[in-house]
Design a protein around this ligand. Structure first.
Ligand code: SF4
Length: 202
């Protein structure tokens, strides 16, 4: 089959591409209007494109229209499960329509290589988008390949982002890191206080 494989970034492309290309003819589609800001979108694309060029992989870049993403998630911005589902639906819809226009048989996505994504919601939205466009959806859960993807992307010196993509995910990731730092600082303060108590009582 001819498969248009949606890819969110270079590190996530590595393992899913190898898996799907074992059995199919694959072209990669970069369809990610969710990524904020624009220089980050370009940086992720350039990382992916550099690897693809070295590996002889064909890549098509679909429209980058952040307003389209904002409209897709309007009203559910503060509900991550709903927001991410709408984000998957937008991106996989773009890829499915492109696949139909270009005469591909099926679509697939690299998104399920990440343990941080909702694999069930991705499968639901992938199937829905493919059916609407009249192509097949190849439902792969790539999560067991995540450690390999991480190792290979590090070895290749690829840029590895520390948030999913949208502005909200950047804010959420920053907040989670700040929370972890505060927890570590609090635990350290407790240890130091205990040591001071122990040495004071000696
Ligand atoms: S967190 Fe990731 S999947 Fe969810 S809406 Fe933001 S960019 Fe999309």
């Amino acid at each position: 089959m001819k498969v248009l494989l949606h890819a969110c970034c270079g590190p996530c492309l590595l393992e899913p591409y190898d898996a799907v290309a074992q059995d199919h003819e694959v072209v990669v589609a970069y369809a990610n209007p969710n990524i904020h800001p624009a220089p980050e979108y370009r940086h992720r694309f350039d990382t992916l494109a550099e690897y693809a060029s070295q590996a002889g992989i064909e890549v098509v870049e679909l429209a980058y229209d952040p307003v389209q993403w904002m409209r897709a998630v309007a009203g559910v911005e503060d509900v991550p499960e709903k927001r991410c589902r709408a984000c998957y639906a937008l991106r996989l819809g773009m890829v499915a329509r492109e696949a139909a226009v270009r005469g591909f048989d099926a679509i697939a996505t690299t998104l399920t290589v990440s343990p941080y994504q909702d694999a069930q919601a991705i499968a639901d939205e992938g199937r829905r988008a493919a059916a609407e466009a009249g192509v097949e959806y190849l439902d792969h859960d790539f999560r067991e390949r995540y450690p390999n993807a991480t190792r290979r992307s590090r070895e290749l010196g690829m840029y590895r982002q520390n948030y999913c993509g949208c502005l909200l995910s950047e804010i959420e990731a920053d907040a989670q890191r700040a929370e972890r730092r505060a927890e570590r600082a609090a635990a350290k303060a407790v240890r130091l206080a205990q040591r001071a108590d122990e040495s004071g009582s000696n």
